[in-house]
Design a protein around this ligand. Structure first.
Ligand SMILES: [Zn+2]
Length: 255
């Protein structure tokens, strides 16, 4: 057996003793479904300047909103066509075994839903790209409806039907606070879980990354599966530097 085989054996044994697994997912999961990481070379931020997309700029000027919708529509099209990876499906299999407490995801791509994970077990702490809300009256829209308007008419910046207010996809932008309710729910789950499983997250984006930190403080075990090192590797019971879609199905199939 090589080092990785030993790690996998050890991981399987931790999983077998875990009844309430809190899964925390990041961009590495999305890239395995063909969605480029914002921060990687070739990702959105090598094409656009992130400072153009600050929340304050979005709400304060029309030109920023126009740039935002152009960038965002392009990215949305990729996400809409993406399919769940073997990693997403392995998480769904954990749910079917009755071991999944919840999935807290930093991703906005709807892929956990597409994999069949129950909606009430998914917490999208950075929001979702699949709906749009009015910042004035709160009216919600399906993203496809708004994208249809952007394509068919000479509209570059959509407005609310009810109040002509500013529309924005339901994702958390730079400079925008995470929704308090979702943060509280994630922390409650971090207290309740017996295993926190970090998948495809570099754990550098705060406050999201504080959720696994908190789970460990509250006594949960921690397993990290990520291609690269993370700042939390030293706090983990096990770290597997491998793609999620390769490592996780092997573990789940052995339970
Ligand atoms: Zn409105």
């Amino acid at each position: 057996m090589d080092k990785n085989d030993h790690l996998m054996e050890a991981a399987i044994s931790v999983f077998r003793s875990a009844a309430k697994i809190l899964v925390f997912t990041g961009a590495g999961m999305s890239t395995e479904s063909g969605i480029p990481d914002f921060r990687s070379p070739g990702g959105i931020w090598s094409k656009y300047d992130p400072s153009d997309f600050l929340y304050q700029k979005f709400i304060s000027n029309e030109t920023s909103r126009e740039k935002y919708w152009k960038m965002s529509s392009e990215y949305y099209e990729t996400m809409k066509n993406a399919l769940p990876s073997s990693g997403h499906l392995a998480i769904k299999a954990l749910e079917d075994m009755g071991r999944l407490l919840a999935v807290v995801t930093q991703n906005i791509d709807n892929l956990h839903q597409k994999a069949g994970t129950s909606l009430d077990k998914i917490i999208e702490i950075h929001g979702t790209a699949f709906s749009v809300s009015c910042l004035g009256c709160g009216k919600k829209y399906d993203r496809d409806l708004i994208e249809g308007r952007l394509r068919s008419a000479a509209i570059k910046v959509p407005a609310c039907d009810a109040c002509f207010g500013i529309l924005k996809p339901d994702t958390i932008s730079f400079g925008q606070a995470m929704p308090q309710g979702k943060v509280e729910e994630s922390l409650r789950l971090a207290r309740e879980c017996d295993l926190c499983l970090v998948l495809g997250s570099s754990l550098v984006v705060y406050p999201a990354a504080s959720i696994p930190v908190y789970a460990v403080e509250q006594g949960a075990r921690l397993i990290i599966i990520n291609r690269d090192e993370t700042p939390l590797d030293g706090s983990a019971d096990l770290v597997i530097h491998e793609s999620v879609g390769v490592a996780l199905p092997k573990i789940v199939e052995s339970l």
